[in-house]
Design a binder for this molecule. Structure first.
Ligand SMILES: Cc1cc2nc3c(=O)[nH]c(=O)nc-3n(C[C@H](O)[C@H](O)[C@H](O)COP(=O)(O)OP(=O)(O)OC[C@H]3O[C@@H](n4cnc5c(N)ncnc54)[C@H](O)[C@@H]3O)c2cc1C
Length: 446
C-alpha cells in the first residue's frame, strides 16, 4: 500500500472523535496520516448515545466541577477538570460550526438532558445518537482536508523508538498482510478503550488496549489502569457479541430500575459506580441475571423523540418499551486509566502523544461522570494538535536511522500472535494494578 510507504509529519492512530479532532486542528501545511484498525465506523465514538457536557453559564461552574469530582471520588486531577469545563463551550462551538446539530428549545437555545451524578441538566444531545452525529460530521470535515490521508484496516503493531523518542509506527496492512515502518516527526495515539480485551462490554471488540501494551513494552508511563468503569444498564441478551447500551439519559429522563417484583430498589441518578453496585447487589439478592428498566410512565412522545435508536433496538430484541419493562445488566464500558498524558496530550516519551480514552490525564478520577468523555477526548485532542503545531521540529534523522535499524523484524512476522500477546499483557497488567503492583517498573510479560 503506497500510503504506508511514505514519511509523514504526524501519524494519528485512531479515527474516533479524538483522532479526527486532532487531525482537524493540526496546521494545514503538515502532512498527516490517520489510520484505524478496522472500518472507520468501528470505534466507540460512533456508539455514544447520551450526549456531551457543556458548561451552561458561569453560575454552573462550581456545580459542574463538584459533580465531576464527586463522581471521580475526588481522585481527579483538578487542573484537568477545570481545563475541561472551561473548554467545553469552545468544543461545542467548534462542533456547531462544523454542522453538528444538537437538540434545541423553541427559542433556539440548547436543550439539555441529565444523567446520573449531574445535579442539573447540562448535556447537549442529538436524539440518542450524539456520537454518530459528532463523528460523522468530524469525518466529513477531515475528508475535505488535502493535507490529511485517512486509511482504514491498518493496524499499529508497534512504535518505532530509540532513547525514549518516538519516530513513527510499525503498521500492518490488514488486507495484504504486509508490514511497514512508517516514519513521522510526531505520533498521536488515539486508540480508545480496552473493553474488547475482556468481553461483556459495550465497546467494539477490536478495542483491546493495543497502544497500552505497546507503551508498557517501551517504558512509557501509564496510570490507574485498574480504573475501568462498568455501566449499570446494558440490554440483557443471551446472544454473543457487543452489549447494547441503554443510555443513562433514559434514567435522566425518569426511567426506574425495578427488582424481580417490579419495585424500585435504588436512586437511579447516583453516579454510575454506585448504581452499578446496587444493581449487582439486587441481582444477587433476587437470584436473577438482570433487573428491569421501566420507561412506561414517561410520555411516549418524549421517548420516541429522544431515544429512537434504543426503542428500535429493544423492539428488535422483542421488547416494546412503551408497554413493557426491559431487562438490563451491568457491562464493562469505559477506561478511566491509560497512557499518562499531560493537558497537551504529551506522554512521557518525546514526540509521542496520547489523547481520548486511551490516555489518562486524571480528569475522570476513579469514576467518569456521564457525558464527560466525548468532551474530554475532543478538547485535549485539540490541545495536542495545537501543541504539535506550535512547537513543531523535525526528528534527528541519524537517531531515526538507528531506531529503524534496531527494529526486530521477527516480532512482526506473526501479527495475530503479537496482538494476542498484547491483549493478554493488558489483562495481566490490569490485574497487577488491581493487586497494587507498580506496573510501570520494567513491565514485561514473562
Ligand atoms: C455504547 C457507548 C456509549 C457511550 N456514550 C457516551 C456518551 O453519551 N457521552 C460521552 O461523553 N461518552 C460516551 N461514551 C464514551 C465515548 O464514546 C468514548 O470514550 C469516546 O468516543 C472515545 O473516543 P476515542 O476517539 O478516544 O476512541 P474511539 O472512538 O473508540 O476510537 C478508537 C480508534 O482507535 C483505533 N485503534 C485502536 N487500536 C488500534 C491499532 N492497534 N491500530 C490502528 N488503530 C487502532 C480504532 O480502530 C478506532 O478508530 C460511550 C461509549 C460507548 C461504548
Amino acid at each position: 500500500m503506497d500510503l504506508l510507504d511514505q514519511r509523514y509529519d504526524v501519524i494519528i492512530v485512531g479515527t474516533g472523535v479524538a483522532g479526527l479532532n486532532c487531525a482537524l486542528n493540526l496546521p494545514r501545511d503538515k502532512r498527516v496520516l490517520v489510520i484505524c484498525k478496522s472500518k472507520i465506523t468501528d470505534c466507540d465514538s460512533y456508539l455514544a448515545q447520551g450526549g456531551i457536557c457543556r458548561l451552561k453559564n458561569d453560575e454552573d461552574y462550581d456545580s459542574y466541577f463538584e459533580d465531576t469530582m464527586h463522581a471521580g471520588h475526588y481522585e481527579n486531577n483538578p487542573a484537568a477538570v477545570d481545563s475541561m469545563i472551561r473548554g467545553s463551550q469552545e468544543v461545542i462551538g467548534d462542533l456547531v460550526n462544523l454542522g453538528v446539530e444538537f437538540a434545541t428549545e423553541a427559542d433556539g437555545s440548547f436543550a439539555y438532558t441529565k444523567e446520573g451524578g449531574h445535579s442539573v441538566p447540562r448535556i447537549c444531545y442529538h436524539e440518542d445518537s450524539t456520537g454518530k452525529e459528532i463523528t460523522t460530521t468530524l469525518l466529513r470535515a477531515v475528508r475535505k482536508l488535502e493535507n490529511v490521508v485517512l486509511t482504514e484496516k491498518v493496524t499499529m503493531l508497534d512504535i518505532i523508538e530509540r532513547d525514549n523518542c518516538c519516530y513513527g509506527i510499525v503498521a500492518l496492512d490488514n488486507a495484504s498482510g504486509k508490514v511497514y515502518d512508517v516514519l513521522a516527526d510526531y505520533t498521536v495515539l488515539a486508540t480508545g478503550g480496552l473493553g474488547g480485551a475482556f468481553g461483556n462490554t459495550t465497546n467494539f471488540g477490536i478495542l483491546k488496549g493495543d497502544a497500552l501494551a505497546i507503551c508498557l513494552d517501551h517504558g512509557v508511563a501509564v496510570d490507574r489502569i485498574n480504573y475501568i468503569q462498568v455501566h449499570p444498564t446494558s440490554l440483557y441478551s443471551k446472544k454473543r457479541g457487543r452489549r447494547f447500551l441503554i443510555s443513562e439519559s433514559v434514567r435522566g429522563e425518569g426511567a426506574y430500575l425495578l427488582d424481580k417484583n417490579f419495585n424500585r430498589f435504588t436512586d437511579e441518578l447516583k453516579p454510575r459506580d454506585v448504581v452499578k453496585d446496587a444493581v449487582f447487589a439486587q441481582m444477587k439478592k433476587d437470584g436473577t441475571k438482570f433487573v428491569w428498566l421501566d420507561m412506561r410512565h414517561i410520555p411516549a412522545e418524549k421517548i420516541a423523540a429522544h431515544f429512537p435508536a434504543i426503542v428500535h433496538r429493544c423492539r428488535e430484541e422483542g421488547y416494546d418499551v412503551f408497554t413493557q419493562c426491559i431487562p438490563v445488566v451491568p457491562a464493562i464500558h469505559y477506561f478511566m486509566g491509560g497512557i499518562r498524558s499531560d493537558l497537551k496530550g504529551r506522554t512521557t516519551m518525546s514526540r509521542l502523544y496520547a489523547v481520548g480514552e486511551t490516555c489518562c490525564n486524571g480528569v475522570h478520577g476513579k469514576n467518569r461522570l456521564a457525558s464527560n468523555s466525548l468532551l474530554e477526548s475532543l478538547l485535549f485532542a485539540k490541545r495536542a494538535a495545537q501543541d504539535i503545531g506550535s512547537g513543531f521540529t523535525r526528528t534527528d534523522r541519524g537517531q531515526e536511522s538507528l531506531a529503524l535499524g534496531a527494529l526486530d523484524g521477527e516480532k512482526y512476522k506473526e501479527p495475530k500472535k503479537l496482538l494476542a500477546r498484547y491483549k493478554n499483557q493488558v489483562k495481566k497488567a490490569v490485574k497487577a494494578a488491581q493487586e497494587g503492583k507498580d506496573i510501570n517498573v520494567n513491565y514485561k510479560e514473562n
